[in-house]
Design a protein around this ligand. Structure first.
Ligand code: ADP
Ligand code: GN1
Ligand code: MG
Length: 362
């Protein structure tokens, strides 16, 4: 879709959310890789977040919105019951004039609207240990808040989303197809993955053996998916709820480490800057376990470091697959962006392997 088309469609969508009234401002917002996000301001200066759901990736936006409505209502009632800030503790879905949680436009794109959570900021990079520890507690707490939510009622937003052996198999398929002839140029990266085929199975094997429980998980626990209070800096709520599904707690832990305890950005091209910050890692582990309220089993705690390596390797595999397939999944802003992201992930995996003993939670 061109920018002009997107613009026309967002106006059509905004009309469906009649309660917004006259719109004064609507411009792209945030740094997400998947959905199109806009900040909307109406004539009363009330702010909203409008998103076009990427339905190439989320093939059932109706199911995603059912998940999000159920989970946010559950969290809100839990927080209200203990006298907490029910308004800001989770996302608030704005309904269309027809009472729906999303709007399907005339060309079949899906749109949703949230109240903008005021007096909050998002962060792309960790600046101090306390902030990372707070983030850990927020994601741990999110899991705890949902511990009584019946996971079997959730739709599987993306099949096999964090099933690493399936991600491995998808890479093999992409290599075989090689639609753009890129495979020859990424041989070291492919060899890196092939050497870790057995490792990819670790968590799935633990689940099959019955030692790793399935929980309601967030599945995209990046720092920028938490809103922080702009004055106190305390976490206010967890956002980006598209990928809530049954999953492993260690993967929620791991994805945060991948993104936040890396001394470099996700797409850094100078690989000498990439490493695991062990101090951040352990601060996060402490905060996460505290946030989970003692609910993690011994096996989960023993596998936390595996989750960190797994999410980093898996994300690298996904970036590499997308590079080989022609950058059809993750939004890129330069031709080799996905390859750069992949190399950063693999450099981080290599550093984690060197620090394995120090990563184990004792
Ligand atoms: P993506 O899936 O593309 O990452 P997100 O749902 O994470 O999309 O939203 C992108 C950005 O928009 C977030 O990082 C955050 O800065 C901002 N954002 C999203 N929802 C809200 C909200 N309810 N209030 C304030 N900011 C928000
Ligand atoms: C995507 O949408 P965003 O940027 O929060 C992706 C995650 C990846 C992440 C890598 C639905 O998340 O799985 O870990 O990029 N989300 C989806 O930065 O695939
Ligand atoms: Mg996000």
């Amino acid at each position: 879709m061109t920018r002009a088309e997107l613009c026309a469609k967002k106006n059509e969508a905004l009309e469906a959310f009649a309660s917004v009234g006259k719109v004064e401002y609507c411009e792209p917002y945030g740094n997400g890789h998947i959905n199109d996000t806009f900040l909307v301001i109406n004539e009363s200066k009330k702010r909203y977040i409008l998103q076009r759901i990427n339905h190439q990736i989320f093939t059932r936006p109706d199911e995603i919105m059912e998940n999000i409505c159920a989970v946010t209502e559950f969290i809100r009632s839990k927080v209200a019951a203990v006298g907490g800030d029910a308004e800001r503790c989770t996302l608030s879905v704005v309904k269309t004039a027809d009472g729906e949680s999303f709007y399907k436009d005339s060309i079949g794109s899906y749109w949703r609207l949230y109240d903008f959570t005021e007096r909050t900021i998002t962060k792309e990079k960790v600046t101090n240990i306390k902030e990372f520890c707070d983030c850990a507690e927020a994601f741990g707490n999110f899991q705890q808040q949902l511990s009584e939510f019946d996971a079997s009622t959730l739709h599987e937003a993306i099949k096999d989303f964090h099933n690493t052996p399936v991600r491995f198999a998808n890479l093999m398929k992409a290599i075989k197809k090689d639609p753009l002839g890129r495979v020859a140029s990424v041989k070291p990266e492919i060899d890196f993955v092939l050497a870790r085929e057995e490792f990819c199975k670790t968590l799935e094997n633990a689940r099959i053996a019955g030692t790793l429980p399935l929980r309601v998980t967030h599945n995209d626990t990046k720092l920028n998916n938490i809103l922080f209070d702009e004055s106190t800096d305390a976490p206010v709520c967890v956002i980006d709820l598209d990928t809530i599904m049954p999953g492993y707690s260690v993967n929620d832990f791991g994805d945060s480490i991948r993104f936040g305890a890396n001394t470099a950005a996700e797409d850094e091209t100078d690989l000498s800057k990439v490493s695991l910050d062990l101090e951040l890692y352990h601060a996060y582990a402490d905060g996460f376990m505290r946030g989970c309220g003692g609910k993690l089993t011994d096996t989960e705690i023993e596998l936390l470091h595996v989750g960190a390596m797994m999410m980093t390797l898996e994300c690298g595999i996904r970036f590499l697959t997308d590079y080989i397939e022609g950058d059809t999944y993750f939004r890129i802003s330069r031709p080799s962006h996905n390859l750069d992201r992949c190399r950063t992930q693999f450099a981080l995996v290599a550093d984690m392997e060197a620090k394995l003993d120090e990563m184990k939670i004792k």
